[in-house]
Design a protein around this ligand. Structure first.
Ligand code: LMR
Length: 396
């Protein structure tokens, strides 16, 4: 090879579209611009402040942490275990059948889940689309095939038949990836009855479930948001769960996640976990500790836990208020906003064209993903009238 030629073999990659929006929005000088792009919670004032509970826990860390020495690929085990009753319920290990490790954010957990599934022979993953774009990117990066099915019906409800068909048709070399709650990007969750049927289908078919739980507590409540996932986990012998604290503890840039394995018996669990450890070691060696340690401190302190729960309640209540206001507005141009009132979490999809998304950005300073996904938390009492007026004008 000629000297200095190797890098010429690479072709340029487009920047991640969602993350590129952050920069575009920041560069816009208009004072009344509205950021409905990347999925971060915002207050009525438009900020994304650090949780008071996190600040308090960080202060404890500053005062009491006596070492930053290595922990190991599994990270802060105290953090991983303290979360488990919130995710899995009172029998937090399901009779000793669940174990977990810390990961760099929810993305790290999804990556680990899919990499471990690949190591166990999974080649193809069924997933409802649209989904979080990074799911498809991770699958592609791991050389796994995506088998898409429609997540939603046109009327804004979940397409139960499609997910059941995927579960029932999956082979031994396939898995099904589901969102636990607050579906990203549609906000359309399965109902309790749907989940019961999904759980029964997993149990009858033997198909392997991978559940991405990135938004627990942002939909209907901490327990409510976990109920569907738990109904699957109690019905199946084995599953993977990818969990994120980046939203429900507001730890976005500190990258706080966890990966859990459910197995039918101790020896399988130990083997799976040893493989997860080896994959984590090869990928990132160990996860960053700070954010997980803060969560551990909160969850071991009743007062801090109370504070965190109150802050989470406030976030959820505000997003519910925005959803109610959108639903009450009825329509904006040709867009029916009423389904948004019953959907959950940070996101909703508007049936707008790419051109309309561009017009909203260029002419009105309203930033959203090209897919038409909006971040509900970017809307406030102050900017909602402008948003509805702009949408009515553009999507007519
Ligand atoms: C989102 O979908 O906006 C978030 O999950 C942030 C991300 O990493 O894409």
């Amino acid at each position: 090879m000629a000297l200095g030629m190797m890098l010429d073999r690479l072709s340029p990659q487009a920047p991640d579209a969602l993350l590129a929006l952050i920069r575009l929005h920041a560069a816009d000088a208009r004072e009344d611009k509205i950021d409905l792009g990347v999925g971060v919670y915002r207050t009525e004032e438009g900020g994304t402040p650090v949780f008071a509970a996190i600040k308090a826990a960080e202060q404890v860390l500053v005062d009491k942490q006596d070492s930053k020495s290595y922990l190991g690929p599994e990270g802060d085990v105290g953090f991983v275990n303290a979360l488990m009753p919130y995710i899995f319920g009172r029998d937090a290990t399901m009779g000793g059948r669940i174990t977990g490790m810390q990961t760099p954010g929810g993305t790290g957990a999804v990556r680990l889940a899919l990499a471990l599934a690949a190591k166990a022979g999974v080649r193809r993953v069924h997933m409802g689309v649209p989904s979080w774009p990074n799911h498809a990117q991770i699958l592609a990066d791991l050389g796994m095939e995506l088998a898409p099915f429609d997540h939603a019906n046109p009327d804004g409800t979940a397409n139960l038949d499609a997910v059941l068909a995927a579960i029932n048709s999956a082979s031994d070399a396939e898995a099904v990836l589901l969102h636990a709650c607050c579906h990203n990007p549609t906000g359309i969750d399965y109902t309790a009855d749907h989940w019961a049927q999904i759980a029964a289908a997993f149990a009858a078919s033997g198909t392997f479930p991978i559940i991405d739980a990135a938004y627990q507590g942002l939909g209907q409540g901490l327990e409510e948001d976990a109920a569907g996932m738990r109904s699957v986990l109690t019905a199946v012998p084995e599953a993977f769960i990818a969990y994120s604290c980046d939203k429900n503890f507001g730890q976005y840039r500190d990258r706080v996640g966890a990966f859990y394995v459910l197995a039918k018996e101790q020896s399988t669990l130990d083997t799976a976990f040893s493989n997860a450890n080896a994959l984590a070691r090869a990928a990132w060696s160990m996860p960053p500790d700070h954010g997980g340690a803060a969560v551990r401190i909160i969850l071991r302190d009743p007062d801090m836990t109370k504070q965190w729960l109150a802050e989470l309640d406030e976030m959820r209540a505000r997003m519910r208020k925005v959803r109610d206001a959108l639903a009450k507005a009825g329509t904006a141009g040709r867009i029916d906003l009423t389904p948004l009132g019953t959907q959950n979490g940070l996101f909703a999809m508007l049936p707008v064209t790419k051109e309309e998304v561009a017009t909203l950005r260029e002419e009105h300073g309203i930033y959203m993903a090209a897919s038409g996904r909006i971040n509900i938390a970017g809307l406030t009492t102050g900017n909602l009238p402008k948003f509805i007026a702009a949408l009515s004008a553009v999507a007519n």
